[in-house]
Design a protein around this ligand. Sequence first.
Ligand code: SF4
Length: 271
Amino acid sequence: MEVLTNGTLITSEWIDIFREYPPLLIDISIYGTSNEEYEKLTGVKNGYDLFIRGISLLQAAKIRFALKGILMNENYKQLKRMEEISSAYSSENFRYSYELVVDRQCTNAPRTYEVDPLEGVITEIKYGVNASMLKKRGKELLEGIDEDSYRDGMLYRCTIGDLAVHINYLGEMGPCVECGERGNVLKEDFNNICARFEKFKEEKAPFGYKCSGCRYKAFCTSCPQTRRREYGNEIIVKTKDCIVAELKYLYYVYNLSIEELKDYYKKNYRR
Ligand code: SF4
């Protein structure tokens, strides 16, 4: 079992529970490096202090946890500091994401905090996060090896409906964290709910689906379920997702320099 949390509610009571039922991993989002940033981005007063309290308790109890930076316009320049906090408290790799999706209420509010695609890609390159994995992917594509091709023709390229489920604090269970289709483990049999999710891994991509055969897909993290939430239709792709994947492709496959990426972006996308 993995626990997803922002860490602000972790108290000694939770440490006792984690000791009794040790999770495989506790995955904690970090939103900034000060109370001001936390309040602006999450609305939680003293959020940074509460977050530090949570990860200090976990560290002292030797409970395994990893930090994941959620980068937005307001905080992405603090990436280095976030990485330092992660290494000071956790032995797990620091990860981050700058790709935001619509919230559960289907408002576009999170999108207004999005980092510009070029800034996001350049930050990722400069900090070398995921660099070895992305370089390996670029090299393989040049050699004609495409590990993602095994799911060509299918709507989902991930393990939805196969390996894991996501259960929220209300007991609502979905085939992944993003999927809105849910059962409730407090009211229904776990196995019956799981059986309903098997359809996802068998779902074929419809004719004309833009992602089928897309040459940038090895660098793309666009998710059909979040697009369903955003557009009401999982086959509608989001231009920004495609730009991010294209820029990574140009860097990791064609070895464009950062300056060349900037020129390319300016010529093709900046109006
Ligand atoms: S880059 Fe665009 S078209 Fe290609 S896989 Fe990603 S979302 Fe689909």
